[in-house]
Design a protein around this ligand. Sequence first.
Ligand SMILES: *Cc1c(COP(=O)(O)O)cnc(C)c1O
Length: 453
Amino acid sequence: MDLQHWLGRATDAIQEWADTFGPYRTHPSLEVDDDRLAAVFEDFTGRLKDNYPFFHPRYAGQMLKPPHLAAVVGYLTAMLINPNNHALDGGPATAAMEREVVAQLAAMFGYDTHLGHLTTSGTIANLEALFVARELHPGRGIAYSEDAHYTHGRMCHVLGMTGHPVHTDSRGRMDLDALEDVLGSGEIGTVVVTTGTTGLGAVDPVHEVLPVAERHGVRVHVDAAYGGFFTLLVGADGPEGLPPGPWLAIARCDSVVVDPHKHGLQPYGCGAVLFRDPEVGRFYLHDSPYTYFTSTELHLGEISLECSRAGAAAAALWLTFRLLPPTPDGLGRVLAAGRRAAVRWAELIAVSEHLELYQQPELDIVSYFPTVEPAALSGIDAASARILADGMAGPDPVFLSTFRASREAFAVRHPKVGADADGARILRSVLMKPESEDAVEHLHARVEQLAQS
Ligand SMILES: *Cc1c(COP(=O)(O)O)cnc(C)c1O
């Protein structure tokens, strides 16, 4: 895919449409001289070099990568019109595209019925799910695992609800006995399960949480912001295949959030929330004197908390899904490569003298730490921080990230490591680019080398 060619096609297509409305003059106040732009652009692109190479297989750090070129073309083309998906009056075409991609996401999770929309982020998508949770169970709180995304606690605060962290097991998954205790208090209205925690990629046992929640009359919301698209690997043969239990159970949960701007190849500004029962739309009801006027059909703004949203985000996802649909043969192949990379790296670390796995990766996040003598938290912390810094300096760089593990979390996984501190930073690599698969051997060799120096 040649980006230059397609951006040319994009401007041509929009210009052709614009021309049908007749000529007009751009106001002089908006005129920008090409020479001036050239100078400023030089400065601009120079400043952008202060970045990490998220696109490169050398970058094996945080949850970051550039969008697919189809998403870039979709976004930029629609942005030339700049529709606002708040209302059908703001952009009928991209509002229709949004409905279609949301339906594809609902189908991916096995929802028979749904009400949903795109959001600016996973945080806002979860906020909406918790808002609906509050409206359905006024006065009751939210339970989520200790390893759930930090924004659940924050959004409970925003919504005036009480958040109840639930203990996790030795693999970072919600502990069922601990959940039973918390639900037994009768104070919980909704439990949030995470299919793919942001730190370690742990998958809560959704299929086992559901019957417990049901017994207590509690709703279940799935935070699949990071992990949602991994549902496409259920039943895959090969090392990338995932156990179906938690993923198939999402279809029976009340709501789910997924971030196309994480594993859906999209630029930032694209989250999604889906409710299984379309009736919850009633909680969003409001009237607006200045937005809804051309249609009696439901506007997206009537079922979302945000007002303005980029129609271009829906366009980008729509174009991407037409080429790489959220199916095992489409986007699934992209995720499979990253998952295989994680499995392979974990195998290499497991037999390494210089590195140790913190825990087995469930998705595409590998967590590990350098072996130090004596084996103690303070030494692991210092060595991890040094490897992170040394890795980015000098020739043959490698870009990793760190994760802070508590003393307790370390103890259940590695009881022999001396607990001489509150916790330790370990190393964490999110292998979300399919190109990581070819780079794993080299990444491993380089990190081993750093661990020994
Ligand atoms: C990233 C993430 C969020 C927050 O989403 P943003 O799009 O960053 O706002 C919430 N939950 C989980 C599990 C995440 O990985």
